[in-house]
Design a protein. Sequence first.
Length: 274
Amino acid sequence: MSQTSGFSAGRLTLLGGGNMGGAMLRGWIAAGLDPASVTVVDPSPNDALAELFEAGVHHRTAAPDEVQDVIVLAVKPQMLDEAASQLGAAVGADTLLISVAAGRTVASIEGLLGAHSVVRAMPNTPALIGRGITGAFANARVDESKRALADRLLSASGPVEWVPGEAEIDMVTAVSGSGPAYVFLLAEALAEAGVAAGLEPALAMRLARHTVAGAGELMIRSTDEPAQLRRNVTSPKGTTEAALKVLMADDGFGPLLTRAVAAAKTRAEELAQG
Ligand SMILES: NC(=O)C1=CN([C@@H]2O[C@H](COP(=O)(O)OP(=O)(O)OC[C@H]3O[C@@H](n4cnc5c(N)ncnc54)[C@H](OP(=O)(O)O)[C@@H]3O)[C@@H](O)[C@H]2O)C=CC1
Ligand SMILES: O=C(O)[C@@H]1CCC=N1
């Protein structure tokens, strides 16, 4: 794993070494965080973390007794109350809490662990390859240095967008937190559509994967807006125009995605109720 110039977060505990916590951890170590400064607390962490444990990251099945400088809460929202109940001695007056649990509010985290500096963040799984994006909200107790530290940790896996209001985190969740799943579904559906059109399945999947990945990379590297990149593909009276007439119909892709994002946002709000 390649390392850039290091940074320190003091003593850091990651509560939950699953898909998202593991992806973030990978980003921190790649960005130069000392593996020995990190403890993963998880009874059964992701197998993919074995390599990081060998590199010096500590693994425990229960929370450490020493006060931690940073605790990242990365268990399922429904498991948070139980998982956080063991943190007692690890949470000091100056501990920075960073939660990535969908829907769980700052108030609910303070309800569990007391009044602390809390950052509510919403990363996404492309963090695994350093290509994530994270929305973040800090409560009023987070001072400049804690915010800078949170930013350093979160930006190890891609850009960080700080939002002024906590409610926006549920919207970020619905767009970019869950968003990779929508894109993977697009690739699946495109491959299936190719098979329906007569292609051999493995070829259809290769075409779909590379099309989604290539279009994504072009969108990041280009200075053109997505709408312009779309127009660049669309020859007048050509094949793309014929397809876009279907996708851009009144009941097409846009309204469908709007409904999907609204459903995800509603679910995030429901998770806040516990
Ligand atoms: N996956 C994603 O794309 C994103 C997820 N998130 C948020 O990240 C959080 C984790 O999600 P995700 O990584 O997908 O879930 P995972 O189930 O992959 O990871 C959660 C991990 O926590 C472990 N765990 C369960 N109970 C405890 C406990 N009491 N103490 C310590 N660890 C425990 C689980 O073990 P076990 O498997 O044995 O239960 C698992 O390894 C969620 O709150 C989710 O909302 C945020 C953004 C994106
Ligand atoms: O599905 C979920 O609830 C989590 C939050 C965003 C992505 N995965």
